[in-house]
Write a protein that binds this ligand. Structure first.
Ligand SMILES: Cc1ncc(COP(=O)(O)O)c(C=O)c1O
Length: 364
């Protein structure tokens, strides 16, 4: 039984209009009819659990989120299987990460069962908005939490608002990507917020994305904040490397990168593709040398929105200020077979076309 009450006043979009949107949803352009919402105060805890019409809402101009940036979010998807049923992928992991992000940002953690309840209830109600699985379409779900107390002053807020909205989407990066190892910016530092999914991390990263585009790359490759040498992750994805001798290597979790759910899923699928998962520090020089020698045969990036994207090469600044960028294509800049097989396997589980040995999918 859901703890979220549905506002009976809400109006549903006509089926013909939804069908039109689902023909070409793009990414994050259209929103479903409903949103979930809850509020928190220290005395009452989480209350006013409702699902209502998606609409703008009023906020006092002094609300903490507008000044001191206490905001966290999540991203997960609902998939339609061929028989018409609708499924979530590992929502419990998003719920746990959401609570961990809240704790890091000194916000009120939402109990994971309430998170899953809100997401499930909303998707159930708006299930007509979940596209058919063809062309890798799905319903992207965005839970978030903001500091809403009316107060000015640098301290943690005493009131929070939790909300969930949803948007039908197609693929995020339809093509393979080049990554720019930015020499200018870093995303996270030891003791910072790199492992939390907070809006501030993304705000700080946008300028580096511009730099990547100027160098002909679609995404940034983040290196560590202290030595600018250790590979961390990409803008909205974790990164992995396939080696000739059968390893799937990814940077380990040391508090500066996001504990990606797709990353974890690929590491667990790896043995089924003849790959040994390895989580360790890996530096940009090792990657350069081993790409050049052919020992690294594939690179891939992964995340909920992007699924699994082949990384076909890296660019970094040349040795002197006036030198050209160093360009490192991975395996002749073509997507590798292990990358494509892992991608296919994950999608097949998500869309119900392959067995789900780990019990990752949850029916709505
Ligand atoms: C910075 C960052 N790293 C990694 C990921 C991948 O995480 P997940 O696989 O849980 O979507 C994301 C996407 O949410 C991200 O924003």
């Amino acid at each position: 039984m859901s703890q979220f009450e549905i506002d009976p006043e809400s109006i549903a979009t006509p089926p013909e209009r939804i069908a039109k949107v689902l023909e070409d949803p793009g990414f994050g352009r259209y929103f479903t009819d409903h949103m979930a919402s809850a509020t928190y105060t220290p005395d009452a805890g989480w209350q006013h659990l409702v699902i209502e019409q998606t609409k703008p809402f009023a906020m006092h101009p002094s609300a903490g989120v507008l000044h001191y940036g206490q905001e966290i979010f999540e991203g997960l998807k609902a998939y339609r299987h061929d028989d018409g049923s609708v499924w979530l992928f590992r929502p419990g992991r998003n719920a746990e990460r959401f609570a961990n992000s809240a704790t890091r940002m000194a916000m009120a953690p939402l109990p994971p069962d309430l998170f899953v309840d809100a997401v499930t209830r909303l998707v159930d109600l708006d299930r007509d908005w979940v596209p058919a699985g063809s062309n890798e379409q799905s319903l992207y779900i965005r839970p978030f939490e903001i500091a809403s107390e009316i107060f000015l002053g640098v301290r943690e807020s005493h009131e929070y608002r939790f909300m969930v909205i949803a948007s039908p989407v197609g693929p995020y990066y339809p093509d393979p990507v080049w990554l720019w190892a930015t020499p200018t910016y870093t995303r996270a530092a030891s003791g910072g917020t790199g492992a939390a999914k907070c809006g501030g991390n993304y705000a700080a990263s946008l300028i580096a994305a511009d730099e990547a585009h100027e160098h002909g790359c679609q995404q940034v490759l983040w290196l560590d904040g202290a030595e600018h040498r250790w590979i961390e992750e990409c803008g909205t994805m974790n990164i992995l490397f396939v080696t000739r001798d059968g390893e799937l290597i990814t940077p380990d979790l040391r508090g500066t990168i996001l504990d990606g759910i797709t990353r974890d899923s690929l590491l667990r699928l790896a043995p089924r593709h003849g790959l040994t998962p390895v989580e360790r520090q890996i530096d940009i020089h090792e990657v350069s040398t081993r790409i050049a020698s052919g020992e690294i045969t594939e690179a891939l990036a992964c995340g909920t929105a992007a699924v699994v994207v082949p990384v076909v090469g890296f660019r970094r600044p040349g040795p002197t200020a006036d030198a050209d960028d160093v360009t490192l294509p991975v395996a002749h800049a073509t997507p590798g077979p292990k990358t494509l097989a892992l991608r296919e396997h994950l999608l097949d589980i998500q869309y119900g076309r392959a067995e789900d040995p780990f019990g990752w999918t949850v029916r709505v």
